[in-house]
Design a protein around this ligand. Structure first.
Ligand code: CAA
Length: 258
């Protein structure tokens, strides 16, 4: 598929997907979301890809869902067509890790898209927000749910009710982002984190993603049992034997995803 709203580059086992609607600050319209889902599914099916980096421009990761696309829609249209539902579900089904590299605005659906990734590395210029309240609506892609789990009720209510933006420093303090780096170093930092992940056993990597995500879905006792059983099951892999032997022999492990 030839893409018009995203750019995909595969380099050293990492697929870098760049949102590319500069005139609309990467606002998420149907075309962009469908291309993004296609590219993510492609990366999932490509054996050369071991990790994905999702990024935008210096000015905007994404300034939200496309307001102009939504403005005239009726309740029946958005409800019957399940606006954004299928794309969100497809993004959440990707089993390879996705790092969001966020510079500039990550607002509304943009902040929510970043939160659908596995972790967020932010540049010191990043600004996060759920300003949907200013449009007479509310978050629709996780801003009232994921953001609350990530930063707690008080800050989430503040963001969702006032529509204010949070800078990168506050976002790191609140637990929304994993690291903040100078804008110029953002992509290097995200690519180098992705390459580190790409060196691990893909079986463990996908198990970690599933287990951490499970912690948001089930009670603690169930999550701990799931984690322990997955931990046990990894002893069936050759990579477990290799990883532990390499430690004892003081050498780098050579994982083969087996
Ligand atoms: N949808 C459509 N177009 C958008 C957009 C969006 N979310 N955000 C920006 N744009 C467009 C602008 O309309 C403008 O286009 P024109 O030049 O054709 O007028 C262009 O991008 C540049 O934007 P600005 O001129 O506004 O740039 P700025 O630097 O002055 O302001 C901004 C930047 C503060 C991010 C401002 O653009 C803004 O407030 N954007 C909207 C943010 C927003 O409300 N996001 C939530 C969307 S709803 C949603 O996401 C629902 C959901 O949860 C699923």
């Amino acid at each position: 598929m030839a893409y018009e709203t995203i750019i995909v580059e595969v380099e050293d086992h990492v697929a870098k997907i760049t949102l590319n609607r500069p005139d609309a600050l990467n606002a998420l319209n149907s075309q962009l979301l469908s291309e993004l889902v296609d590219a993510l599914q492609d990366a999932q099916g490509n054996d050369k890809v071991r990790c994905i980096v999702l990024t935008g421009s210096d000015k905007a990761f994404a300034a939200g869902a496309d307001i102009k696309m939504m403005a005239e829609k009726s309740f029946v249209e958005v409800f019957s067509g399940d606006l954004f539902g299928p794309e969100a579900d497809a993004i959440m089904r990707v089993r390879k890790p996705i790092i969001a590299a966020v510079s500039g605005y990550a607002l509304g659906g943009g902040c929510e898209l970043a939160m659908m990734c596995d972790f967020i590395i932010a540049s010191d210029t990043a600004k996060f927000g759920q300003p949907e309240i200013n449009l007479g609506v509310m978050a629709g892609l996780g801003g009232s749910q994921r953001l609350t789990r990530f930063i707690g009720k008080s800050k989430s209510m503040d963001m969702n009710l006032t529509g204010r933006f949070m800078d990168a420093e506050e976002a790191e303090r609140a637990g929304l982002v994993s690291r903040v780096v100078p804008a110029k170093k953002l992509l290097d930092e995200a690519m180098s984190a992705a390459q580190k992940i790409a060196e691990k056993s893909m079986v463990s990597v996908m198990a970690v993603k599933e287990a951490v995500n499970r912690s948001y879905e089930v009670p603690l006792a169930e999550g701990l049992l799931f984690e322990r059983r997955v931990f046990h099951s990894l002893f069936a892999t050759e990579d477990q034997k290799e990883g532990m032997a390499a430690f004892a022999e003081k050498r780098e492990a050579q994982f083969r995803d087996k």
